[in-house]
Unconditional design. Structure first.
Length: 439
């Protein structure tokens, strides 16, 4: 019996798909890259933008003939398209889908496949959510021995309710996972050869704040540091309001925790930030960047920015442009505002920036960021950095620095999973080239 998983969207979905694959392999299924060979097809979907949602519909339509040819085929629709609320409308529209699973929850599929056995577990949401998929994560066969980095979700959902964001509607309220489950999953991953783990949450720096007896993210990192075999730990995405000094100092003090912070600003204008319901000002974000840089030596910082939010004027956009120019951050993930049904921005605001204007603003920031990051990366020229190698791509080994910069080197040796010193001798905006230092 074979399974096929199609994944769209963020790292959380990548991690969720990995857990579904692991659970299916526990039930005796083997992976296939061909949907038409599969007995079970899982579509793990994303709706953060309309284009992502359209891709999911396209995929659903394309597998319909497979179900017609092979009625025993099990089709599982999972992720943000399904969400945590009622999915009756989807059931009506796609009657050939057998199972609907909310994000991060393989329970309904496992219950469907193994009938009575797992159905009992399904009655306990905790057992399904945390038990089946987390406790004893075994990497899917295709990834065993080949995966260097993995993801572990530590906080599900989000209770912040930024006005543009659909996540709280789709992934439910914030729920931190028990630290023991996270640690046992991390140990299992390290035992299976993974060198790097990235802890995930929509607001990862709020880890533990919804549970009285859980540690903070800093406390969790201290315990992760002890895991044998694990070389690198990362976490994303942080919210500016929860980046405490305790967390920053812990990142600086723990050698396995990498000096890389992902903390979205979203806009460089106070009125837009208020309309987005972000909960901080431009000035406060700029001070946070100072604080991060003062406490973590040689840190790299990534941000997210949305252009063309409802009502964003040219002046307000230029505020974002100037902020980016002033802060000189290592990465800016840029997005054009996309209206999402059900969000406050869609219900109460007018999407009045034209698509052409959104694109113009996007391109301006893209060009600026390319110039800035070219300068930032040029500082690496001639420096020695430690690189964790992931895979060979077209004759060159690809790896990452502690600051998450992409590095390529030529080597005939097998470098997978090794951390080696590399002398950087070329830098560009998106990657660097170097040579392994011989000791
Ligand atoms: S913090 Fe805001 S943008 Fe991030 S997931 Fe929560 S609601 Fe969405």
């Amino acid at each position: 019996m074979k399974y096929h998983i199609w994944t769209e969207g963020c790292q959380m979905n990548v991690a969720d798909s990995q857990r579904v694959a692991s659970a299916l392999e526990h039930l005796g299924y083997a992976a296939t890259p061909q949907a038409d060979e599969a007995d079970v097809i899982v579509l793990n979907t994303c709706v953060v933008r309309q284009s992502a949602e359209n891709k999911a519909y396209g995929r659903l339509n394309s597998i319909k003939p497979l179900k017609e040819r092979k009625p025993g085929l099990v089709i599982n629709l999972m992720g943000c398209l399904v969400g945590v609320r009622s999915h009756d409308a989807l059931k009506k529209r796609f009657p050939y889908v057998d199972v609907f699973s909310p994000p991060s929850d393989p329970g309904p599929l496992l219950a469907f496949l193994s009938q009575g056995e797992v159905r009992e577990l399904e009655e306990s949401a905790t057992a399904v959510r945390y038990g089946i998929m987390d406790e004893d994560l075994v990497l899917p066969a295709a990834e065993k021995g080949s995966l260097v980095s993995g993801y572990i979700p530590i906080v599900y959902g989000c209770s912040h309710a930024c006005t543009f964001c659909i996540i709280p509607y789709k992934r439910g309220i914030e729920r931190s996972r028990p630290p023991e489950d996270i640690l046992s999953e991390a140990r299992a991953m390290a035992r299976q050869g993974l060198k790097e783990i990235t802890l995930l949450g929509q607001i990862v720096d709020r880890y533990g704040k919804d549970q009285a007896d859980y540690p903070s993210l800093a406390g969790l990192l201290i315990r992760m540091q002890e895991i044998e075999g694990l070389e690198r730990i990362r976490f994303l995405t942080s919210h500016p309001n929860w980046m405490t000094d305790e967390l920053l100092e812990t990142v600086a003090a723990l050698p396995k925790v990498m000096p890389h912070i992902e903390v979205p600003v979203q806009a460089g204008d106070d009125e837009v930030l208020t309309n987005m319901h972000r909960g901080y000002t431009v000035e406060q974000y700029a001070r946070l960047v100072e604080r991060i840089r003062a406490r973590i030596p040689d840190v790299s910082i990534a941000t997210d920015i949305i252009v063309g939010f409802p009502g964003e004027t040219e002046d307000q956009f230029m505020g974002t442009y100037r902020l980016l120019e002033e802060l000189k951050l290592d990465v800016a993930h840029l997005a054009r505002y996309s209206t999402r049904p059900g969000t406050v921005a869609t219900r109460r605001m007018v999407d009045n920036v034209s698509e052409a204007e959104k694109m113009r603003r996007f391109r301006l920031l893209e060009d600026l960021q390319e110039k800035l990051v070219t300068e930032i990366n040029a500082r690496y020229l001639g420096r020695k950095v430690s690189v964790l190698f992931e895979e060979k791509v077209k004759q060159r080994w690809k790896g990452r620095t502690p600051t998450n910069k992409l590095v390529f080197v030529e080597s005939e040796d097998d470098l997978q999973g090794k951390v080696l010193p590399v002398q950087i001798n070329w830098t560009g905006p998106w990657s660097m080239i170097g040579q392994i230092e011989q000791n």
